[in-house]
Design a protein around this ligand. Structure first.
Ligand SMILES: NC(=O)c1ccc[n+]([C@@H]2O[C@H](COP(=O)([O-])OP(=O)(O)OC[C@H]3O[C@@H](n4cnc5c(N)ncnc54)[C@H](O)[C@@H]3O)[C@@H](O)[C@H]2O)c1
Ligand SMILES: O=C(O)C(=O)C[C@@H](O)[C@H](O)[C@H](O)COP(=O)(O)O
Ligand SMILES: [Zn+2]
Length: 359
């Protein structure tokens, strides 16, 4: 086996491994060991299944394995799909020792995790991320959810996986646009908490876009280390974890307003980070040159840095009000102090937000 990085998420007396390397899905022993009971449900989607379902099924030979192959994309992260998964679990007679495996990107991971959180009030689940975004962010930390038409991730639970196995070889088949969307969340870690990593990304931008294995593996490991550390200190987002939401209050509003069929999540987060940086600079909290540097890196990575046409600022602001960080109906934003530093801020006026959305 060729494991390049092994990390751990430590949550008091609970802990789980994050393994990052090429060929992990082809190591039957590694996967089988994660399914402790008799039943397993593998949730995946139609783009991922033809490439990667067979090795997972082979690894689980001898177990009672059900598969559920969903249509792809954000528009499928719904209560209706969640209900379908519940019906599959009921149909297979899944007991409390069932393991749910999420083989795919963040959509599959969030949905599978939420299903695992709810089935019989909680069963084991394992994250097998196949997108860059899922490897660096969604597979780690236990936020699980589905969307409502009114807002992103509004129905969900905190439910940690038992393990994360990121087989970097799966990125070979990932479309370029999806790779770039994942890079937005990678930039987020540098922007919110690690100026050195941000500079490394400026240096490695072309290598990452060219999918150089060493650069990708290092980026994934560094992001996972950041996320694991923050989640260890604040599992349920009472404070510091909110920083991982940099760009998301704007980004989620864009995704929702576009009916989940416009920008990809990572793309919306890229625009959201630029808007958060601009708002911070307007409020005198961040240097303008840093905001320009953030936008420049995102642009070099092929990401959008401006609102798509046709989105009304007041409609976006209304969407932002359903953000989960809001307190007693008042918005709470993650703002920016400059490269490597973010902060949680209350009391930003509607006028200031609208001005940035209007610019
Ligand atoms: N839970 C969290 O902490 C967290 C963090 C970040 C994002 N998210 C959520 O993650 C979701 C976005 O995840 P995503 O960007 O992975 O999108 P995604 O799950 O929609 O996957 C992107 C696309 O790539 C395809 N695909 C996946 N792996 C592939 C592969 N190896 N080869 C070829 N095609 C492949 C999928 O079928 C899909 O069409 C959003 O719903 C977002 O809200 C959650
Ligand atoms: O793990 C977290 O915490 C994050 O905020 C990571 C985000 O990248 C991710 O998109 C998350 O799903 C957003 O959470 P939400 O609570 O704003 O729905
Ligand atoms: Zn995100």
């Amino acid at each position: 086996m060729n494991t390049q990085h092994e990390l751990e998420v430590a949550l008091g007396d609970r802990r789980y491994p994050i393994r990052i390397g090429r060929g992990l899905l082809d190591q039957p022993g590694a996967l089988a060991a994660l399914v402790t009971g008799r039943h397993a449900l593998v949730l995946t989607d139609v783009n991922v299944a033809p490439h990667y379902l067979a090795p997972v099924q082979a690894a689980l030979r001898g177990k009672q394995v059900q598969t559920c192959v969903l249509p792809p994309g954000e528009q499928e992260k719904t209560l209706a799909r969640f209900a379908e998964v519940m019906a599959v679990l009921a149909g297979m007679g899944a007991s409390r020792d069932t393991t749910v495996l999420a083989l795919g990107g963040g959509v599959v991971g969030d949905l599978a995790g939420f299903a695992a959180a709810c089935w019989m009030r909680g069963v084991r689940f394992v994250q097998l991320p196949t997108t860059l975004l899922a490897m660096v962010d969604s597979a780690v930390g236990g936020k699980t959810a589905v969307d409502l038409p009114q807002g992103k991730n509004l129905v969900g639970a905190f439910h940690q996986p038992s393990a994360v196995l990121a087989d970097v070889a799966t990125l070979d088949t990932l479309p370029d646009r999806e790779l770039r969307a994942g890079l937005a969340e990678v930039v987020k870690y540098g922007a919110l908490g690690d100026a050195g990593f941000f500079a490394w990304l400026e240096d490695q931008a072309e290598a990452l876009l060219a999918r150089e294995p060493a650069a990708l593996a290092e980026a994934i490991a560094r992001c996972c280390a950041h996320k694991a550390a923050i989640v260890a200190r604040d599992e349920t987002e009472q404070g510091e974890r909110m920083l991982l939401n940099l760009g998301h209050t704007f980004g989620h509003a864009i995704e929702t307003e576009q009916g989940y069929g416009g920008l990809l999540h990572g793309e919306a987060v890229a625009v959201g980070m630029v808007l958060a940086a601009r708002l911070s600079a307007e409020l005198g909290r961040a240097p303008w040159p840093d905001a320009a540097r953030l936008a420049a890196l995102l642009e070099r990575l092929g990401l959008p840095v401006a609102l798509p046409p046709g989105l009304a600022p007041d409609a976006l602001l209304d969407r932002m009000r359903l953000d989960k960080k809001a307190v007693s109906g008042a918005l709470r934003l993650v703002l920016w102090r400059g490269i490597g530093q973010a902060e949680v801020v209350d009391g930003v006026t509607d006028e200031a937000i609208l001005a940035v959305l209007d610019a």
